[in-house]
Design a protein around this ligand. Structure first.
Ligand SMILES: Cc1cc2nc3c(=O)[nH]c(=O)nc-3n(C[C@H](O)[C@H](O)[C@H](O)COP(=O)(O)O)c2cc1C
Length: 181
């Protein structure tokens, strides 16, 4: 059993993170979900809390009452960080060293942990050289990438940008946990 930190951002693909959380929990892992504020526009914390049986984090300052600095303890105990779906914004923040919400702050503290980045965005966003450059920088730092798929996207465009298939993400997570030093 592993401790998995699942970061969910503001993408139309956020609902697919619920399936990831459910499958990982059924596989015996403890899944700690962090939603960005934008993610809560697409899916509720209650969905993840119900599926994982764990507290769900959205606000860095709401957690201070429990006498535990949650962004540090979550980062420390994670065996793997799964960012799915990862927005263009999150990718940019990670590269820029920005830690202005719970998810980016935990990621900042979890830089030694194995991380699987699963981007999802419109094709034009994905093909933007800024995004491509940011992804390459994260890969150079050791972050593993699940390439987005080609598909008809929610916006109607056809092209690369759809979140990788759930089964493929789950298989990669298990591989990474298995290969962990
Ligand atoms: C309907 C809708 C769908 C969106 N889908 C995506 C997406 O798939 N990928 C993405 O990078 N941004 C998407 N966005 C834009 C992000 O939500 C926006 O950049 C937000 O600031 C991301 O914040 P976060 O990275 O903190 O979650 C979408 C916005 C809307 C309104």
């Amino acid at each position: 059993m592993a401790e998995i930190l699942l970061g969910v951002t503001g993408s139309i693909a956020a609902y697919k993170a619920a399936e990831l959380a459910s499958s990982l929990t059924k596989a015996g892992h403890a899944v700690h979900v962090i939603l960005t504020r934008a993610a809560t526009q697409f899916i509720t914390p209650l969905t993840f809390q119900s599926l994982t049986g764990q507290a769900v984090y959205t606000d860095m300052f709401a957690e201070v009452q429990v006498h535990d600095v949650q962004h540090i303890s979550l980062a420390k105990r994670a065996d793997l960080v799964l960012l799915a779906p990862a927005s263009a914004n999150l990718i940019g923040k990670l590269v820029g060293g920005i830690a202005d919400d719970m998810l980016t702050t935990v990621c900042m503290a979890a830089h030694r942990k194995r991380t699987l980045l699963c981007p999802a965005m419109n094709t034009a966003m994905w093909e933007n050289p800024v995004v491509q450059g940011n992804v390459a920088k994260l890969q150079a730092l050791g972050v593993e990438l699940m390439q987005p798929r080609e598909a008809r996207l929610a916006c109607g465009d056809v092209g690369r940008g759809a979140l990788a298939e759930t089964a493929d993400i789950l298989a990669r997570v298990e591989e990474m946990l298995h290969d962990a030093p």
